[in-house]
Design a protein around this ligand. Structure first.
Ligand code: HEM
Length: 457
């Protein structure tokens, strides 16, 4: 405690502006436990100290920043003050390799340029059939099951889509092995980084090697026999100067994209189907939109572009249930914000969750109200950087369009052909670790819609 206080005093004396208000908490652990266990950690400090406050978490003096101005500052206007690499524990880099998230500005820019074509435009068009086909197989399975816990099922669905489209596995086949290796690898994030063969961290490293060997095999195959999946597109992509991603660049990026790409989508899809069940009027309106489109024939890209109400619902789920609540950066150049100074060497985070409940941006903040995103109200357009579930600025989510297309396909099929009820006596309060989800996992009764449930009947 004394050391932290002295450090704070020393910094106060040597800087022209004061440090932000707040508390460093206990010696060594600071406020880490509250940060990990209290879902309202940020909101409580925001209420007490304002839009910028200091704390001490995950071993470092830290500043929390809230609101659209803070987001713009960190994500765009002053992004060169911050480091991505610096804020990650060193063993994550060993586990996940030199992927996009760990790269600083120039390298990230080059890699993003070469990765982007696999997640936009024409590539997405080529993914539709696979996404739809895998979705159909899960819908049939869920109908046969009748009652199940949706979070785990959604995770299997999004993992299968990601492993087929991003890792080149065949639908159904390899899935179990890839999923097992993936679980062992991600378990390594939260263990002691002791790489002996029998430790969880050692097993995580072995799983990483197996996944990387699998990706290398698929890349070599795609070099000879191109398909429509993401690895095939990555192999073929060239920038203006004719450069392409090397094998050593593709492998860690594919791994990170698998990680970034399915846990977050699982979380948002689960929150979405829960919210529909809790808000029958919203459900009905979304269903009517789908029933009208269904009269024009099967789902296709053109139809996916004409779902304005479902897009509003997706935005409202992003606002109220952002899978990523906060994002960290290391401070590599000290900066001033709102009359306070933040020294180099600290870390900062911006709060996605708290921004989405900023009363300056949104009305009736706790209310699930997709109409706030209607063209007439467009509450998210009052302030730039006020809807940031997918981040913002030059480092925003690379897979946003991929995730949105996947979610639209799953939900469009659900709305057109199925109905579900939340089972009673379950705990629907939200848990943040490993990713935002209802504590019960969302237990539902699921069945096919009868003719009588459909519009106009
Ligand atoms: C609902 C689903 C998703 C959500 C909510 C989400 C959210 C985010 C957020 C908030 C960031 C920015 C992090 C920051 O500023 O530090 C991010 C970055 C990223 N996302 Fe997503 N994501 C989703 C789906 C996906 C998918 C499907 C993919 C790939 C197919 C993907 C790939 C990435 C990558 C590669 C980055 C790092 C970009 C960079 O550092 O340049 N994400 N995502």
């Amino acid at each position: 405690m004394g050391v932290l206080k002295n450090m704070s005093l020393l910094l106060k004396n040597t800087m022209s502006k004061p440090l932000p208000p707040g508390s460093f908490g206990l010696p060594i652990i600071g406020e880490t436990l509250s940060f990990l266990n209290d879902p309202d950690f940020v909101e409580k400090r925001q209420e007490k100290y304002g839009l910028i406050f200091k704390t001490h978490i995950l071993g470092r003096p830290t500043v929390g920043m809230v609101g659209p101005e803070a987001n713009r500052f960190i994500l765009s206007s002053h992004m060169h003050h911050f480091s991505w690499r610096d804020e990650m524990p060193a063993h994550w880099r060993e586990l996940w390799g030199e992927s996009l998230s760990f790269q600083e500005e120039e390298k990230n820019k080059r890699n993003r340029r070469l990765l982007k074509p696999a997640f936009h435009g024409k590539a997405l068009e080529g993914y539709l059939e696979t996404m739809e086909c895998i979705t159909q197989s899960y819908l049939t399975k869920w109908e046969a099951m009748g009652t199940f816990t949706w979070f785990g099922e959604m995770k299997q669905l999004t993992f299968e889509i990601a492993s087929v489209l991003l890792l080149g596995s065949e639908p159904g086949a390899m899935k179990t092995r890839l999923s097992q290796w993936y679980s062992e690898l991600s378990a390594g994030d939260l263990t002691i980084p002791l790489g002996l063969p029998w430790t969880p961290y050692g097993r995580a490293l072995q799983a990483r090697d197996r996944l990387l060997a699998h990706i290398e095999g698929v890349v070599r195959d795609r070099q000879q026999h191109p398909t429509k999946d993401a690895l095939s597109i990555l192999v073929q992509t060239r920038d203006e100067e004719g450069n392409s991603l090397s094998m050593e660049e593709i492998k860690p990026n594919a791994l990170q994209i698998l990680f970034a790409g399915h846990e977050t989508t699982t979380s948002m899809l689960t929150s979405l189907v829960m919210s529909l069940a809790q808000h029958p009027t919203v459900w009905k309106q979304a269903q009517n939109e789908q029933d009208t489109l269904a009269t024009e024939g099967p789902l296709n890209l053109e139809q996916l572009r004409r779902m304005p109400y479902l897009e509003q619902v997706l935005k409202e789920v992003e606002r109220l249930y952002p899978p990523v609540a906060v994002e960290f950066r290391g401070v590599i150049e000290s900066f001033k914000f709102n009359g306070y100074q933040v020294p180099k060497g600290w870390q900062v985070f911006f709060s996605i969750k708290a921004t989405h409940k900023d009363r300056r941006c949104y009305s009736d903040i706790e209310q699930f109200d997709p109409d706030r995103f209607s063209p007439e109200r467009a509450e998210h357009k009052k302030y730039d950087f006020s809807l940031v579930g997918f981040g913002g600025g030059p480092r925003s989510c690379l897979g946003q369009a991929f995730a949105q297309m996947e979610m639209k396909i799953v939900v469009a099929h659900l709305l057109r052909n199925y109905t579900w009820e939340l089972l009673p006596h379950q705990n629907l309060t939200m848990k943040h670790i490993p990713i935002l989800h209802p504590r019960s996992g969302l237990k539902v009764q699921f069945r096919k819609r009868s003719g009588g449930d459909k519009q106009g009947s």
